[in-house]
Design a protein around this ligand. Structure first.
Ligand SMILES: C[S@@+](CC[C@H](N)C(=O)[O-])C[C@H]1O[C@@H](n2cnc3c(N)ncnc32)[C@H](O)[C@@H]1O
Length: 414
């Protein structure tokens, strides 16, 4: 792969040198009338770049079991479907989203009051990027040595699903389900019948589409609703879990009380919460920037700490069985959860976008795509917002001031 890529770069540079003094129009008018050396070099460049794309494609299919070109095509189609089919104007949505996070124009109180609008706008804009860059589960996981990214994601989900202690056929709720990656995996793992709820209409549509494609639509489903007002009867679920979702709630007690209400007595609620850790120092400028970047880049009204999570769970009536920061679990020689968000020079990983060159290239590529109407206006701003969120999370992980996996397992008393 490296040799082909090097050959591709060298032949492109030679081709540029060969053609740089010729008017572009004359070359385009009669491309085959060029000297034999230029034609040979052009053929070599074309062959090498095709090989690079194909090798990357084959490599990704074998190693990651994904198809990057298909995923990219789905991403572009999705954005246009969003603008045309669903009447979303990306540019005006991101402008309003950014206004809500601008402390000169808005406040924590306004964000909390507008949480539904804030979260819905965020996921309307971010879901396609998430699925494209991360997969169908929108959460972090630490990786064991020799474990693949996708395997670590599943293990993280199976662990939480296992803590519910449910049997085959049990009725389970996934609170804040994204496009359903976790519930499809947990349903297969536990045999439970899972309903996922998300506030965002596009996520519901996409989740149910994937359920159908995977043949699990009898066992799992997504519905649209607000977890601050769950549309279910009291005592209707044998287990509830939430993965990195309840952090979007304007008040934790509000969402936990709703979960408590719909859970049957004696059953378990398990979740991974986003929290600031006790290393967070509100008087430290760097820490404050990390908090702001995470809130702004991830659609959160405000962030809280583990003791505040524990108090809200108890105030909602739960009996706490266990809480701990799972990011601190021993993982000898493994990869921390935030590593995928740290910069890398490997162009075949999505981490490339976090180095200074990758950031500029992504910006330029989206700018050109917007100019040629290959992406809706505003895509660039969405990417910048998400990138800032990614950097905030990475810094939060590196400094230990933030965790996306404060584990809470609790029970509704009998
Ligand atoms: C980071 S994503 C996690 C999704 C999923 N748990 C996963 O791991 O793939 C957060 C999810 O919470 C949902 N969410 C946030 N606030 C919500 C609310 N008030 N009601 C329902 N869903 C909400 C979002 O729509 C999104 O699906």
């Amino acid at each position: 792969m490296a040799t082909t890529l090097a050959l591709c770069v060298v032949s492109s540079a030679v081709l540029y040198a060969q053609l740089k003094d010729k008017p572009l129009d004359s070359v385009l008018e009669s491309p085959l009338d060029q000297p034999p050396l230029v034609l040979a070099n052009a053929a070599l460049t074309l062959a090498c770049s095709t090989l690079v794309v194909l090798k990357h494609e084959v490599f990704c299919r074998l190693v990651y079991a994904t198809d990057p070109l298909e995923v990219t095509w789905t991403f572009i189609r999705g954005f246009f479907g969003q603008e045309k089919g669903r009447g979303i104007k990306v540019d005006s949505w991101i402008t309003e989203y950014n206004r809500l996070h601008d402390d000169n124009e808005s406040s924590v109180e306004e964000r909390e009051g507008s949480y539904a609008k804030l979260v819905n706008a965020y996921y309307e804009l971010a879901t396609l990027f998430y699925e494209w860059g991360w997969g169908s589960s929108f959460h972090f996981a630490s990786r064991w040595r020799n474990e693949s990214f996708q395997d670590s994601i599943k293990r993280h989900e199976y662990y939480l699903g296992g803590r519910l202690g449910v049997s085959r056929g049990a009725k389970v709720l996934d609170c804040g389900c994204g496009i359903g990656g976790p519930y499809r995996n947990i349903a297969q793992f536990t045999g439970a019948d899972i309903t996922g709820i998300t506030i965002n209409e596009y996520q519901v549509k996409r989740g149910n589409e994937v359920n159908k494609n995977m043949g699990v639509d009898q066992q799992c489903r997504s519905i649209q609703g607000d977890f601050m007002k769950l549309p279910f009867e009291d005592n209707s679920f044998d287990g509830v879990y939430a993965i990195e979702a309840t952090c979007h709630a304007p008040q934790r007690e509000g969402v936990y009380s709703e979960i408590y209400r719909v859970l049957k007595p004696g059953c378990v609620f398990a979740c991974y919460e986003w929290c600031l850790t006790d290393k967070f120092d509100a008087s430290n400028d760097k820490h404050r920037l990390i908090k702001k970047q995470i809130e702004e880049g991830d659609g959160l009204p405000d962030m809280i700490t583990p003791p505040e999570v524990d108090s809200a769970l108890k105030a909602s009536g739960f009996e706490i069985l266990e809480t701990r920061d799972a990011a601190l679990d021993p993982n000898p020689g493994g990869i921390p959860w935030y590593q995928p968000l740290t910069p890398s020079w490997n162009v075949f990983t999505q981490r490339f976008q976090f180095n200074w060159l990758g950031m500029r290239l992504t910006k330029a590529a989206l700018y050109v795509m917007e100019m040629f109407y290959l992406a809706p206006a505003g895509t660039n701003k969405v990417q910048a917002m998400l990138q800032a969120g990614g950097m905030g999370c990475a810094q939060g992980g590196l400094t230990g001031t933030f965790t996306p996996m404060y584990l809470a397992v609790c029970r509704k008393p009998l």
